[in-house]
Design a protein around this ligand. Structure first.
Ligand code: CUA
Length: 184
């Protein structure tokens, strides 16, 4: 439902942007044609650019705080899970993972409605760390990058088995790179 409304909102905004850019394109052609009457189309273009700028600024300001990297910024996570991506598996652990000798826990259980923080890195190439709910819907994701630890915070609202899939092409066996955990 939420994904659908975001998609409709995207279509509406893309439509508005298309109309504005078409108008600017047509008016700039007109301006080129009539060399004398330059001031009017230029004025119109200025106002359209300003309106577009204001719309985009409002949209970005309203949506950025809802991105997973800003959500729960002031809260202390109830659980921290360390994640090391490596061709072609995800290693998950409650404790920090030794890059020289990476090992993790095969079964991870996470609490429902509590803040969980994943600290995600990679031990070789770039991978994607993407979480899917039991209906195979993508709920959140972050890049797994060598040399960086990216924090992904999330509150799971539904119990069940969640899947982790790699969302970045990382080699021949990219498509089998997956893992899972339980939320209850
Ligand atoms: Cu790891 Cu694709």
């Amino acid at each position: 439902m939420q994904q659908q409304s975001i998609f409709v909102l995207f279509l509406v905004l893309a439509g508005i942007a298309t109309i504005v850019f078409t108008y600017i394109f047509i008016s700039s052609k007109k301006a080129a044609a009539e060399e004398k009457g330059m001031s009017n189309p230029l004025k119109k273009r200025f106002w359209f650019s300003l309106i577009l700028f204001v719309i985009l600024t409002i949209f970005i300001t309203a949506t950025i705080p809802k991105s997973p990297y800003y959500l729960f910024a002031d809260e202390t996570p109830a659980r921290v899970i360390h994640v090391s991506a490596i061709q072609f598996q995800f290693i998950l652990s409650e404790k920090a993972i030794d890059p020289e000798n990476p090992s993790g826990e095969s079964h991870i259980e996470l609490p429902i409605n509590e803040l969980v923080e994943f600290r995600v890195t990679s031990l070789d190439v770039n991978h994607g760390f993407a979480l899917y709910d039991s209906s195979n819907r993508l709920i959140t994701q972050v890049q797994a990058m060598p040399g960086y630890v990216n924090r992904l915070r999330h509150k799971f609202k539904d119990p069940g088995e969640y899947k982790i899939l790699c969302l970045e092409y990382c080699g021949m066996a990219h498509q089998v790179m997956r893992s899972s955990f339980m939320v209850n």
